[in-house]
Unconditional design. Structure first.
Lengths: 125, 303
C-alpha cells in the first residue's frame, strides 16, 4: 500500500462477492480488505478506519444496517464513505440505508462499471 | 472470430456504405461480431429466419423502411446518465444563469440532438429540477430527437434497466425521480412532463423542430464523416437561437468554420451564438476533437 492509496473494506458474507469486489477495487487503485460480517468489520474499523466501506445488507451475526448505525457512533466512524451493495431494491430499504448514513447504494448484481460509477459519485475515484 | 459469423464480408462492406450514405457515420472494420449481434436481434424482431435473409431482402428489394431500421440499430449507442459530467456542470453553473435574465417569465428550450435512449434528456431534466428554486420564474422544456429506433422508443417510455440506472445516476436522484417497476425503473410523471421526444433523421432539414436556447450534441462529432459534420453543424446552427448556446462534448471544439457561433468557447466545448452571427468563414476544415484521437464507430460500446 502506498501513502496516497485509499483503503476500502469489503463486507459481505459471500466469499465470491468479496473476491470479485476486491479485485475491481484493486483495479481502481484501492487497498482492499475483507470482512465476512458486521461484527468482524467493526473490529477491523476500530483497529484502522478505512476510507471507504462496501457493505452488504443481509449477513449473519451483524447485518449491514446495524453495522452502519453502530459505525457512525464510533470515534472517527463518520469519516468512511459507505456504499451499500445489496440485493435489496425496495425504495423503502434504500431510503432506510441513506437515513442510517450510507453515502451511495449499489444494487446487486453489479459490474465493474457500476462500482466505479458509484465510487465516483461518492467522490472516491 | 469471423469463422463463427454468418454475415458475408461483402454484406458487411455494403452495410458500412449504407450507414455512411444514410447517416454519415463511419463504421469500424473490426466490430463485425457486434454489428451482427445487433442486426440479428432486429432480424428476429422483424420475423426473418436469420440475419442473412434480412440483409438479402434489404439489398435485393431496397426497402427504405428496413434500411432505416438497420441503420438505426447500428447507430444505437450506449450512453449513461450525466455522461461527460463536466458539461452538466457548465450547464448548471454558466448557461442557465446566463440565460435566466433573458427568459425570466418565459420558457427556456433545450434540445438533445441525437438523444439515443434518453439519458441525456432526463439528466438535463433532473438538473433543471434540482435548480428550480434558483430560477422559479423560468420554465424549462427539454426535447430529445434521434433516428427512429428501439433506443428512442425506450427513451419515450422512460424505462431503464437495473444496470442503466446505476451508471452515472446518484442514488438520491434514483429514488427522487424514478419508480421501480419489476426489474426496471421508470421515470416519474412529474419529470416526464418536462420532456418530449421526436423521431428525426439527424442529417435532414430541421425547420420543423424550431429553435432552442441550448442545443446539445455532445461527444458525437468524431463518428461522422467530414461531409456529414458540415451538414450537422449547419443544422445545429439553425437550431440554436440568437444568444443561445451549442454544447459539444467537453473534449470537442469547433474547427476553422464557426458556423455562426463564437470562435472561442465560453466554456469547454460550449459556444455561444451571437445575436448577429458573423458570416461563416469559407474554409473547408471540419470540426475536430482535441486531446482525444478520432473515434470511429468501432469504438462505440455496443454492450
Amino acid at each position: 500500500m502506498t501513502a496516497t492509496q485509499k483503503t476500502c473494506l469489503v463486507v459481505d458474507d459471500s466469499k465470491m462477492i468479496r473476491r470479485v469486489a476486491s479485485r475491481i477495487l484493486r483495479d481502481l487503485q484501492f487497498d482492499a480488505t475483507e470482512a465476512g460480517d458486521g461484527r468482524e468489520a467493526m473490529v477491523m474499523c476500530r483497529s484502522s478506519m478505512p476510507d471507504a466501506i462496501l457493505l452488504d445488507w443481509n449477513m449473519p451475526i451483524m447485518d449491514g444496517l446495524s453495522f452502519l448505525k453502530s459505525l457512525r457512533k464510533e470515534p472517527g466512524g463518520d469519516t468512511p464513505v459507505v456504499v451499500f451493495c445489496t440485493a435489496e431494491r425496495d425504495v423503502t430499504k434504500i431510503t432506510e440505508a441513506l437515513e442510517a448514513g450510507a453515502d451511495e447504494y449499489v444494487m446487486k448484481p453489479f459490474d465493474s462499471d457500476i462500482l466505479e460509477s458509484k465510487f465516483a459519485e461518492a467522490g472516491l475515484v | 472470430m469471423s469463422g463463427v459469423l454468418s454475415l458475408d464480408p461483402s454484406y458487411y462492406e455494403a452495410l458500412k456504405r449504407l450507414t455512411l450514405e444514410l447517416a454519415g457515420v463511419k463504421l469500424g472494420d473490426d466490430h463485425t461480431f457486434l454489428v451482427e449481434t445487433r442486426l440479428s436481434a432486429l432480424a428476429r424482431k422483424e420475423g426473418f429466419e436469420n440475419l442473412s435473409d434480412m440483409i438479402d431482402q434489404l439489398f435485393s428489394r431496397g426497402q427504405t423502411r428496413l434500411a432505416i431500421q438497420i441503420v438505426s440499430a447500428l447507430l444505437e449507442r450506449a450512453t449513461r446518465f450525466f455522461a461527460d459530467r463536466e458539461g452538466f456542470e457548465i450547464l448548471g453553473d454558466k448557461l442557465l444563469p446566463a440565460l435566466h435574465p433573458l427568459y425570466r417569465g418565459g420558457t427556456l428550450r433545450i434540445l438533445s440532438y441525437g438523444c439515443s435512449s434518453g439519458q441525456e434528456v432526463y439528466s438535463t431534466a433532473i438538473l433543471c429540477d434540482r435548480m428550480k428554486d434558483m430560477f422559479p420564474d423560468m420554465d424549462v422544456e427539454i426535447t430529445g430527437v434521434d433516428y427512429p429506433s428501439l433506443a428512442l422508443d425506450r427513451a419515450k417510455e422512460g424505462r431503464f434497466t437495473h444496470f442503466e440506472v446505476q451508471r452515472g445516476l446518484p442514488i438520491r436522484h434514483l429514488i427522487d425521480y424514478f419508480t421501480r417497476d419489476g426489474e426496471d425503473w421508470v421515470i416519474k410523471d412529474s419529470l416526464r412532463r418536462r420532456v418530449r421526444f421526436a423521431d428525426h433523421n439527424l442529417l435532414s432539414d430541421t425547420q420543423s423542430l424550431g429553435t432552442y436556447q441550448i442545443v446539445m450534441f455532445r461527444g458525437r462529432l468524431a463518428q461522422y464523416s467530414p461531409t456529414a459534420v458540415v451538414r450537422i453543424m449547419r443544422h445545429l446552427s439553425a437550431l440554436t437561437s440568437a444568444n443561445g448556446y451549442l454544447m459539444l462534448g467537453s473534449h470537442e471544439e469547433l474547427g476553422k468554420i464557426n458556423f455562426g457561433f463564437s470562435a472561442e468557447p465560453v466554456a469547454k466545448g460550449c459556444y455561444m451564438k451571437p445575436a448577429e452571427a458573423p458570416l461563416e468563414k469559407l474554409v473547408a476544415e471540419p470540426v475536430r476533437t482535441r486531446s482525444t484521437p478520432p473515434v470511429e464507430y468501432k469504438d462505440i460500446n455496443f454492450a
